[in-house]
Write a protein that binds this ligand. Structure first.
Ligand code: AMP
Ligand code: MG
Length: 329
């Protein structure tokens, strides 16, 4: 069985084609890079609409199949930016209706976990998912993914991107901040905000920008920003790991590319005797293959999304999604 997945929740328009053996037949992405500032939802949507025909064609060509050979069409139904999601959903509905294929709406966060499990050969990891738009620590427990901790304001990637933008560094900010942080070892205290099991990054952003204005070298600010934010993530991950006694810890999302974060979480996993895995960059960032794979899992366990139920859900939480293909923890 073959599934074509469309991801369009933020700045990437991506199509992945996956078969039921878990082979990724193709993955093609076009990224919208904002000329300046953050992602404008309508500009992202415009980019997605313009890219869709080419990206679809290339994904089919790369997989060496025709659309007729596709059994299921999956798309990101949420969470994400409304206009961006709607563009991908429209393309998916059109394909499903015109070629008479079943349609499956997929939760973006669930898809990040499922593709990670496939690639890292993990069964039920505690997952740290940190990206431009999401930051959560989750694990499947009794029918649903449970959220053990999450950000109360901005996502970890958004913290790095916003800081970088205001510091005059290129977009996306994460790699730029990481590069500068490697040049410093001088830690300057910044607000460390863990509330219960949840995280807050906005105070950190304000203070880091203040340090910069006060003339603190940018390397030192980047270093301190990373150390503080990542330690917060590690604290919550560690407590969730101790609580769940999970023997697997997975790191995914765009920020997973950060070597310092990898190193810190690897130490947490080691301490608790858990196997640590970082999802390969190509599949850790937003991608259509994860949507295709999760769509396949859902379809094979009987889930379909009729067109009338296919409206996008920009605030669809991971802990609200039924997961019929995972029996029990
Ligand atoms: P995504 O939202 O999954 O598409 O990932 C994009 C996010 O990952 C952006 O916020 C980037 O700044 C962030 N990112 C990418 N590379 C790195 C890195 N090396 N270190 C930290 N953040 C990164
Ligand atoms: Mg993205």
């Amino acid at each position: 069985m073959i599934c074509l997945g469309i991801e369009s929740s933020a700045n990437d328009f991506s199509v992945g084609i996956v078969d039921s053996n878990g082979h990724v037949l193709s993955l093609v992405t076009s990224s919208y890079i904002p000329p300046k500032g953050g992602i404008h939802p309508r500009e992202a949507a415009r980019h997605h609409a313009q890219s869709a025909p080419t990206i679809l064609r290339r994904a089919l060509e790369e997989a060496s199949i025709s659309i007729k050979e596709v059994d299921v069409i999956a798309f990101t139904q949420g969470p994400g930016l409304g206009p961006a999601l709607r563009t991908g959903a429209t393309v998916a509905r059109t394909l499903a209706a015109y070629f008479n294929k079943p349609l499956v709406g997929v939760n973006h966060c669930v898809a990040h976990v499922e593709i990670g499990c496939l690639l890292l050969n993990m069964k039920n990891p505690l997952t740290v998912y940190v990206s431009g738009g999401n930051s959560l620590i989750t694990r499947f427990e009794e029918g649903f993914f449970r959220v053990y901790g999450e950000t109360l304001d901005i996502a970890l990637g958004n913290l790095l991107d916003s800081f970088a933008q205001r510091a005059g560094l290129p977009f996306p900010g994460g790699p730029a901040v990481e590069r500068l942080a490697k040049r410093s070892q001088r830690y300057i205290e910044l607000p460390y905000t863990v509330k219960g099991m949840d995280l807050s990054f906005s105070g950190l952003l304000t203070h880091a920008l203040r340090l910069l204005k006060q003339g603190v070298p940018i390397e030192d600010v980047c270093y301190s920003l990373q150390e503080t934010a990542f330690a917060m993530v590690c604290e919550v991950a560690e407590r969730a790991l101790a609580h769940t006694r999970s023997d697997e810890l997975m790191l995914t999302g765009g920020v997973a590319a950060n070597q310092r974060l990898q190193e810190m979480l690897a130490a947490v996993a080691k301490e608790h005797g858990a196997r640590f895995g970082v999802v390969d960059r190509r599949f850790a960032v937003d991608n259509g293959a994860m949507i295709a794979w999760t769509g396949l899992l859902a379809y094979q366990s009987g889930a379909v999304t009729p067109i009338r139920d296919s409206l996008v859900k920009p605030r669809w939480r991971i802990d609200q999604v039924p997961i019929p293909w995972r029996k029990h923890a």
